[in-house]
Ligand binder design. Structure first.
Ligand code: 5RP
Length: 229
């Protein structure tokens, strides 16, 4: 699929998801190019239909700026007891709704917002669908203090680590950490890998989002917009 066609599908998924948002909701808003379409449509609904959210939290400074430009007041997640709904993109989506996220590097905040939501909805174009998780490097956010040891340990475990780069520098996350992308593909047992990463000292968060998503909006090249729950 070429980029223009994919962007069109991303827009359709974002617009459909925005139509499911109701005034009075406490909403979590993720990060990425699909989410950018969601925010644009939320802004349109605010101006033209009077959509008013009770609270809105987001997962990156990019989304925060776009939301503020649309007239929304963004609140820190810590100040909200629980979000009603979080809408986010995903890099890969398996048939059981498990996903890989973090292509944009915002995985830590994305997971925090997701687990503090009553419902989680992902918006994707059909190119993100996979039978088994894989087809995309798995991001792992690591503390700089022990990142070299983490990298060597991942190498020894056969997880094929690569530093995420921004030009010729290491990519630095919002929290001042580095990202290691694991090129293990497909991921044989996602829950085992998640458990291993969860208990590895120095790992802040990883991009395996398992048992978290409740609903997905999928835009297909056929023109169908599927709402799968
Ligand atoms: C950022 C993410 C994004 O949700 C994911 O990368 C999808 O992005 P896009 O909508 O641009 O394809 O996880 O960390």
């Amino acid at each position: 699929m070429d980029k223009q066609a994919q962007d069109k599908l991303k827009e359709q998924a974002g617009v459909k998801a925005a139509s499911l948002v109701k005034s009075g909701m406490k909403l979590g808003v993720g990060t990425g190019s699909t989410v950018a379409y969601l925010i644009a449509e939320l802004g349109r609904r605010k101006k033209e239909e009077g959509l008013e959210l009770a609270a809105i939290a987001t997962t990156s400074s990019r989304s925060k700026k776009q939301l503020e430009d649309q007239g929304f007041m963004v609140t820190e997640l810590a100040a909200i007891d629980q979000l009603d709904l979080t809408i986010d993109g995903a890099d890969r989506l398996a048939t059981n709704f498990d996903g890989i996220k973090g292509g944009g590097g915002a995985l830590t905040m994305e997971k925090n917002v997701a687990i503090n939501s009553k419902r989680v909805m992902w918006i994707v174009d059909e190119s993100k669908l996979v039978d088994r998780l894989g087809g995309f490097p798995l991001p792992v956010e690591v503390l700089p203090v022990s990142c070299e040891q983490n990298f060597r340990r991942f190498q020894a475990e056969g997880l094929k680590p690569a530093w995420r780069m921004a030009g010729n520098q290491r990519f630095v996350t919002h929290y001042g950490n580095y990202l290691i992308d694991l090129k293990v593909d497909p991921i044989p047992v996602p829950h085992s890998l998640a458990a291993y990463l969860d208990q590895t000292v120095g790992v802040v968060e990883h991009g395996l989002f398992l048992d978290m998503c409740d609903e997905v909006i999928i835009a297909h090249t056929s023109g169908a917009i599927e709402d799968r729950q």
